[in-house]
Design a protein around this ligand. Structure first.
Ligand code: SAM
Ligand code: CA
Length: 247
């Protein structure tokens, strides 16, 4: 093990890791998790998509490899079959989901940007799981309203991953709670917002970080007060809050 000084030096270098969103006490510890548990078991296609995404200018948005592994495990544990994803980007969490679902599993995937989805699509096709994906280009809200209109969609989703516009999470929640089945799970991503949920009011934050932080804080207050769900907030990636619908 490196001594403290060395460890701090390593940390500077290791912050280069794409998708580095760890809130762990040291970067070395995060690297340890990646190297001992995540990378050795990461499917080849996910590695390829991760490396392709790393070259994209907005790569900060990607789901980290440890969170991809977590999602995959969760989906298998709950035997998810019918799922939804809001916020696809190049598709790392989407591919993790598609690989974890059974052959006849489904993902209704939404994003306002088709171009980025299409960057990753050849990798998803090569992995043989593209048939599970129904991609819809456009803002999620009208599509959710459309889904709600049809009774047969109520309580029909086993799992929903929300990773898009944070200022709409509570609006999404109002709709998703109808669409997820009792016993199903909604995962809200980035609920620790790079640790800024505990930043003092005068902390120097970038404008967009400060803007979305207020919505994340509001969500984090509202979810534990919702009697229709049980929640669990995990410090995986940038924080993910799992909500299990109980009524
Ligand atoms: N889950 C993705 C992954 O694993 O790489 C990351 C998603 S990224 C953090 C957020 C995505 O949400 C962007 O691709 C953006 O285009 C999309 N987005 C933003 N506003 C949206 C909206 N109103 N409806 C649907 N998608 C939206
Ligand atoms: Ca995210």
């Amino acid at each position: 093990m490196a001594n403290n000084g060395e460890s701090q030096q390593n940390q500077v270098g290791r912050h280069q890791e794409v998708g580095h969103k760890s809130l762990l006490q040291s970067d070395d510890l995060y690297q340890y998790i990646l190297e001992t548990s995540v990378y050795p078991t990461e499917p080849e296609s996910m590695k390829e998509l991760r490396e392709l995404t790393a070259k994209h200018p907005w790569n900060i948005m990607t789901t980290s490899a440890d969170e991809g592994q977590f999602l995959s495990m969760l989906l298998k544990l709950i035997n998810a079959k019918n799922t939804m994803e809001i916020g696809v980007y190049t598709g790392y969490s989407l591919l993790a989901t598609a690989l974890a679902l059974p052959e006849d599993g489904k993902i209704l995937a939404m994003d306002i940007n088709r171009e980025n989805y299409e960057l990753g699509l050849p990798v998803i096709q090569k992995a043989g799981v593209a048939h599970k994906i129904d991609f819809r280009e456009g803002p999620a809200m009208p599509l959710l309203d459309q889904l709600i209109e049809d009774e047969k969609n109520h309580g029909s989703f086993d799992f929903i991953f929300v990773d898009a516009d944070k200022d709409n999470y509570l609006n999404y929640h109002k709709r998703l709670i109808e669409l997820v089945k009792v016993g199903g799970v909604i995962g809200y991503d980035n609920t620790l917002w790079n640790g800024t949920v505990v930043a003092p009011p005068d902390a120097p934050l970038r404008k967009y970080v400060r803007y979305y932080r207020d919505f994340v804080l509001e969500l984090n207050k509202a979810l534990p007060a919702d009697p229709r769900i049980e929640i669990c907030m995990l410090p995986v990636g940038d924080g993910v809050t799992l909500c299990r619908r109980i009524k």
